[in-house]
Each structure stands twice: as structure tokens, then as C-alpha cells.
Ligand binder design. Structure first.
Ligand code: GRG
Length: 301
């Protein structure tokens, strides 16, 4: 399993140093990314790469920067999601949310800067890649650009941001919502970054189309199960377990899997998705034990 310490070190080194640039921006960027986090998406991206390639140099030049960029995108989405105009949360990862610590305007700007920084990481890595074995560079570069498109499309207007639009426009608030709508919102808002993690890693390692498509399915189901689990934790867990105020969905009058289906049915949905994910995982090549362990930790409720 990818070492959490390695990812923390990568993130530490790829973010601007505190005090660099203007005002408190670099400090706020570091605060938002480095303050805890399970690093699920980074781990999944690197583990997905390893299913298809054991070229550790290529992994360093491609999967590592993509993993950092993805964590920056994820962190920006949380910073913006916590803003008063969205969920208005005070705590995240056991600490004050970015806007509570640095002010509302800085919360917006820090999210903006992190999204932009993810592109800076990727484009810088693209230039570095050219120096790595330039004789083979063309195929690597094509995979690199393909992975970049997957990452930014899944995070963008037709992916995660689109899902957030459905959420803030009241798709899930108060009004009657059916399972299809709720699932669509979660697939966009939550699954897309997991799909990006799995597919980017695989594309960078040279996986074929049918393997990418299988990973896309696994990422979609994984995000759905993850969101349902998050909805369950919002009503059953404590601050110490989640690092944020629970009961937030009810406070915001949000329709969630728990409010629509109740706790028991929601747990059953996670169980069914988990069984499905395990079945599909078996169809992939390579050593899947890291994924099996990760999913068991997350979903054996
Ligand atoms: C603001 C454009 C924009 C998008 C926000 C991600 C998101 C979209 C909203 C978050 C809502 C939420 C809390 C959903 C539950 C699933 C989720 C993404 C939880 C947080 O992810 P973890 O548990 O976080 O992987 P850590 O802190 O471990 O990195």
C-alpha cells in the first residue's frame, strides 16, 4: 500500500512555502491541504498506476504529480464547500475551516489558488517528463495529456462542479427527491474525483480502454458508497470520529441517502455496492491487495 508518509512529503514539497508570494495565501494553501486528510484519492491514483506498471521512475515523473494535483483539487473543493454560501461549516479535519481561520475572502481565493496550482503541478511535470527518456517520450506524453484531460474534466463543469451546482440549486434540499436524482448528484459531486484517481493512474501506466472503463465503473460505485457512508456518519458519528460538526445535512435541510431511505436501507446499499466493487476488482490485472484492504476499511460497516 502506498505509504501515507510519502504522500505527505510529496505534498509538503510541491506546495509553495509559507510566506512565499502575496499575503497569507501560501500559508492558507498549505493549511488547507496539509492539515490531515486520508489521502484516499492520491493513494488510489498511485495504486491504480501500480496495477499496470512497475516502472518506478515513470511513477515518480507522472503518477506522483497527478496524485498531488488531485489532492489540491480535492482540498479546494472542501474549502469552497465549507464556505458560508455553501455548507457553512466551521470545522474540517478536526481544525477550523479555511475561511474561519483566514476570513471569507481568503477562503475563496485559497480555493481558487489551489485549483490553479493543480494545473501548475501538472504542466511543470509535463515539461520534466520530456527530459525523462526522451527517446520514448511520445507515448508517455500522449498518456500524460490523456490523464490531464480525465482529471480536469472530472473535476469540472460536467463533473464535480456540475454536481455541486445540482446540490446548491436545491436538487437535494427539502423537496422530494428520488434515487435517480440523488445518485446523479453524488456521482458527479463525489464519484468523479475517485474515477479520476483510478483512471489517471491507469492511463499513465498504459492500461487499455476496457481496463479504464472497468475502473470508471469501480470509481463511480466507490464514490456512491463513500457518499452514502458519509451521510450515515453525519447522523451516527461524533466530531472526534469525523473531524467536523455532524448533523450538518439536517442543519442545511439537505436530502441525503439517510433522509430518503433511512439508516438500515442506506447501510444495505453500501453493502451491495461493496460486493459489486469486489467482484469487478477481481477482473483487473496485478496485485489488488491494497485496494481490497482500502475498500474493506471503508465499507465493511
Ligand atoms: C465546491 C466545486 C465544489 C465542490 C464541492 C467534494 C464536494 C464538492 C463536496 C463535499 C461534500 C462532502 C463532504 C461529501 C462527502 C464525501 C466527501 C468528498 C468527503 C470528504 O472526503 P474525504 O473523507 O476527506 O476523503 P479527507 O479529509 O480525508 O481528505
Amino acid at each position: 500500500m502506498t505509504d501515507l508518509h510519502t504522500i505527505e512529503e510529496l505534498l509538503e514539497n510541491s506546495l509553495p512555502t509559507s510566506g512565499e508570494g502575496y499575503g497569507l495565501l501560501s500559508e492558507a494553501m498549505r493549511y488547507s491541504v496539509l492539515g490531515g486528510g486520508k489521502r484516499l484519492r492520491a493513494i488510489m491514483l498511485i495504486e491504480s498506476f501500480r496495477l499496470f506498471s512497475d516502472d518506478r521512475d515513470l511513477e515518480r515523473y507522472t503518477a506522483y504529480p497527478f496524485a498531488c494535483a488531485l489532492e489540491c483539487i480535492h482540498a479546494y473543493s472542501l474549502v469552497h464547500d465549507d464556505l458560508p454560501a455553501m455548507d457553512n461549516d466551521e470545522f474540517r479535519r478536526g481544525s477550523l475551516t479555511t475561511h474561519k481561520r483566514y476570513g471569507h475572502a481568503m477562503g475563496i481565493l485559497t480555493g481558487d489558488a489551489l485549483l490553479n496550482y493543480s494545473m501548475e503541478i501538472i504542466t511543470r511535470a509535463g515539461e520534466e517528463l520530456e527530459k525523462y527518456k526522451p527517446d520514448y517520450c511520445m507515448q508517455y506524453m500522449c498518456n500524460f495529456m490523456h490523464a490531464a484531460r480525465i482529471l480536469f474534466t472530472n473535476a469540472g463543469a460536467f463533473g464535480m462542479i456540475g454536481g455541486q451546482v445540482l446540490d446548491v440549486e436545491g436538487f437535494g434540499e427539502g423537496s422530494k427527491i428520488d434515487e435517480t436524482k440523488l445518485s446523479l448528484m453524488c456521482e458527479l459531486k463525489t464519484s468523479r474525483l475517485f474515477q479520476a484517481a483510478l483512471c489517471c493512474g491507469a492511463v499513465l501506466a498504459g492500461a487499455d480502454e476496457s481496463e479504464i472503463s472497468l475502473l470508471e465503473d469501480i470509481g463511480r460505485m466507490m464514490g456512491l458508497a463513500f457518499q452514502i457512508r458519509d451521510d450515515i456518519l453525519d447522523v451516527t458519528a461524533s466530531f472526534d470520529e469525523t473531524g467536523k460538526d455532524t448533523g450538518s445535512d439536517e442543519k442545511n435541510n439537505k436530502s441525503t441517502f439517510v433522509s430518503v431511505f433511512g439508516l438500515d436501507e442506506s447501510r444495505e446499499k453500501v453493502r451491495i455496492l461493496y460486493e459489486d466493487i469486489k467482484g469487478r476488482l477481481k477482473q483487473l490485472p496485478g496485485n489488488k491487495s491494497s485496494f481490497e484492504m482500502l475498500f474493506e476499511n471503508l465499507f465493511s460497516v
